[in-house]
Design a protein around this ligand. Sequence first.
Ligand code: GLU
Length: 296
Amino acid sequence: MKTNITGRFAPSPTGRMHLGNVMCALISWLDAKSQGGRWLLRIEDIDTQRCRRDYALQLMDDLQWLGLPWDGDVVWQSERNDIYQKHLDYLTGLGLTYYCKCTRNDLMASSAPHEADGRIVYPGTCRDKGFTEGALRIRVPEELEKTHGDFIVRRRDGAWAYQLAVVIDDALMGITRVVRGRDLLTSVPQQEFLYDVFGFRKPVFMHHPLLCNMAGQRLCKRDKSMDLGILRKKYLPEEIIGYLAYKTGLIKEYEALGAAELLNAFSWSRIPDEDIMINGECLPASVGQSSGNPSS
Ligand code: GLU
């Protein structure tokens, strides 16, 4: 089957992958591969304070161990400064950017958190001040002012903002399917706006539910018991994939299997809308006992 379907996994290497990241990789891989598409890997390491190359290399090793191979060369955001600069210059040429000197505290003091999800919406304080330094923001059209506000495209410290880099990269990499956690759902209008400004063709955006602990908090890199450093010592890759397939509704009963065995079962209609609770032990006690998995 030959298609132009191209998906991607775009992790930020700020620590070891946890089960939630694995679920994202698995769903995105299945989404692309079940349609005969390609699946690319982009390391989102523009935040040099938080990202580390050794985490990225570990992540690539983890993906291979899990049986989720990517196609083509890995794209590193940290190597793409010139590309981002060229695109930022284009926005500036259109008169769309301006410098902002507001600190986080200024914003907390001056704006009410967004009623739906507590985000702070930038009120446009510096829009017409004509500053010549600070963070760079982009003027959004009226319909985004209330819900998103003018957002940052380059930070005060010179780092590229996620929203800018992600759109440029997805477009230039020819991504047609953006699959990611629904914590990023609110970014879609900002990203679609940038697609329009640059004249890029938009991908399809798909968002999956998140993995949460029993307290209802989404898993994060601090939940050490769910990270692959621990899980690789206890389980086989097929046990982890099978467990996630079971929790995401792709299979009715738990069984250990590889990602490729899920290609036929994959369907977005099986994936629940609600976040997925997992207990502190993460995998059921029965999983892992038979394997005595020595590899890590
Ligand atoms: N790098 C982002 C993250 O790890 C994901 C970006 C995206 O998928 O659009 O949360």
